[in-house]
Design a protein around this ligand. Structure first.
Ligand code: OOG
Ligand code: MG
Length: 236
């Protein structure tokens, strides 16, 4: 078989879906993710953080995979808050509301509302657990709102996702493993088991609601109670 990391990399670069790889194990998935990222570091991209995936029941149900996963965020994936993103670069982009942590030396130093744009490189957005891990957990782009000091409780904050001013998803940070800080703790442990130290940079805790298709021209905003907003516009 062709190098799975090369297939995934080219699928993303050409915005052209590929068939599922049918990798067999989680370890194999993370090994392919590592090789995929190595191709991006070689093109000059830089690591800016990490993302957790499938930390809520809504997300697990949407994609039919029931395990928490982690991926990497690069500088090329970051869109400034209120900025624009060319969705023609993606295959079948979806957007979801996130809570972002800023990590320094293994501690959380700030928190923000965020948006994640996911785009499975697999046809029909269908994959197994090892395959989605290999695909850097469908990561495509993200936007982080203004950083805030960490409020005392962040385990039950209301979350709204709006498209063109209309609310399309409603949830609570409680949906994220009961508390987004648990996504951080579990994420650090999971990453460590796979040889990755998740101690500095941005960490997306995983979406509290299902993801929504992102169409050209759409204006997307999330509001997280006490944490403010994050927004982006899909270019027409
Ligand atoms: C996998 C990525 C999941 C999240 O927030 O749960 C994720 C996918 O849904 O394609 O980013
Ligand atoms: Mg996500």
């Amino acid at each position: 078989m062709a190098d799975p990391a090369a297939l995934l990399d080219e699928a993303a670069l050409n915005a052209k879906a590929i068939p599922q790889l049918d990798l067999e194990t989680v370890d194999e998935g993370y090994a392919v993710q590592e090789t995929l990222l190595a191709r991006r570091w070689a093109r000059g991209e830089r690591l800016v953080g990490y993302k957790m995936g499938l930390t809520s029941k809504a997300k697990m149900a949407q994609v039919g995979v029931n395990e928490v996963i982690f991926g990497r965020l690069t500088d090329a994936m970051q869109v400034p808050d209120g900025g624009s993103v060319d969705v023609a670069r993606f295959i079948h982009p979806r957007v979801e509301p996130e809570v972002a942590f800023l990590l320094r030396d293994g501690d959380i130093v700030a928190v923000a509302a965020a948006l994640e744009l996911i785009d499975s490189r697999y046809a029909d957005f269908k994959f197994t657990l090892p395959d989605v891990i290999a695909d850097n957990t469908s990561g495509a782009a993200f936007t982080v709102g203004a950083w805030h000091p960490v409020p005392v409780g962040i385990d039950n904050l209301g979350v709204l996702l709006e498209i063109d001013g209309k609310v399309v998803q409603v949830g609570s940070t409680a949906a994220i493993l009961g508390d987004p800080r648990r996504a951080w703790r579990d994420g650090v442990a999971l990453a460590a088991r796979h040889g990755v130290e998740m101690s500095d940079g941005i960490l997306l805790a995983g979406a509290a609601t299902a993801a929504v298709p992102l169409a050209p021209g759409a204006h997307v905003r999330t509001v997280v109670q006490s944490l403010g907003t994050a927004s982006l516009r899909a270019l027409p």
